[in-house]
Design a protein around this ligand. Structure first.
Ligand code: FPP
Length: 242
């Protein structure tokens, strides 16, 4: 397949792209494989996806890798996802470095098993001076939990005298979220055919454009990303104005 040619197509590039990588399980099922093979294929696709995003000069990408609800999946699936994370950052750290990928993890990562937690902390620390593209990985993430956590943290600051209640506005509240310091996403892509938000970035997606694709995540390739970007370029965003 011919790769997208940016010089010929006037594409508006989102500054921050959010992605719900859905469909790994179905991808595996179609091949009569256990679900964990779907996640493995999904992780490989993420590895390439981040390169395509960098090629398109997208500065921030936030992907939903594991939700707070995903802890309820069967034990062996949770364990294989955790193992995959450890392997992924061990195996691809050099490559991510070459690509200039900064990594940040959003979510209740303190709930991860010890080895996975140590891996993600190290990956984050080692990547902090890279600046071509930032990959935020939502891990043990749930948006309602994030909002409650932010509310508690702000309240604690009021009680301890570090903040006044009157100071609270959208900007201040945003600074208590895991996404603190990041611009809000301009475009959300959800693969896998479902059209819902699944407790992902509820606050941050307020003005975001949504793009739904029927393609299962491991099959979502550079040309599919380009199509999403072209549709995004055609949409007019007014932020509630006229
Ligand atoms: C949803 O598909 C996907 C997930 C719950 C996990 C997404 C994880 C990855 C793509 C791997 C991430 C890896 C790293 C290293 C960060 P599903 O399993 O719900 O699919 P289904 O809807 O077809 O069952």
């Amino acid at each position: 397949m011919k790769s997208p040619n940016l010089s010929q197509d006037k594409i508006k590039i989102p500054k921050h792209l959010a992605v719900i990588m859905d469909g790994n399980g179905r991808w595996a099922k179609k091949r009569f494989l256990p679900r964990k093979f779907g996640h493995r294929a999904g992780a490989e696709n993420l590895r390439q996806f981040i390169r395509w995003c960098a090629d398109f000069s997208i500065k921030y990408v936030t992907v939903y890798a594991f939700s707070t609800e995903n802890w309820q999946r069967p034990d062996d699936e949770v364990q294989s996802l955790m193992k995959l994370i450890v392997e992924f950052f061990g195996k691809y750290n050099r490559e991510l470095e070459e690509e200039g990928v900064r990594l940040q993890f959003l979510g209740k990562i303190e709930d991860l098993p010890e080895k996975s937690l140590a891996t993600v902390k190290r990956a984050e620390e080692e990547s902090k001076n890279r600046n071509r593209i930032t990959l935020n990985i939502a891990l043990s993430y749930g948006s309602r939990q994030e909002i409650i956590r932010a509310t508690k943290a702000f309240t604690a600051d009021v009680i301890s005298g570090n903040r006044e209640i009157e100071e609270l506005n959208q900007e201040v509240f945003s600074s208590y979220l895991y996404t603190q310091g990041l611009p809000d996403p301009d475009l959300l892509i959800r693969t896998g055919g479902e059209q819902r938000i699944s407790n992902f970035l509820l606050w941050q997606l307020s003005y975001c454009e949504f793009y739904f694709s029927d393609i299962l995540w491991p099959d979502f390739k550079k040309n599919d990303l380009k199509e999403a970007l072209m549709e995004f370029s055609d949409r007019e965003r007014r932020f509630g104005g006229v």
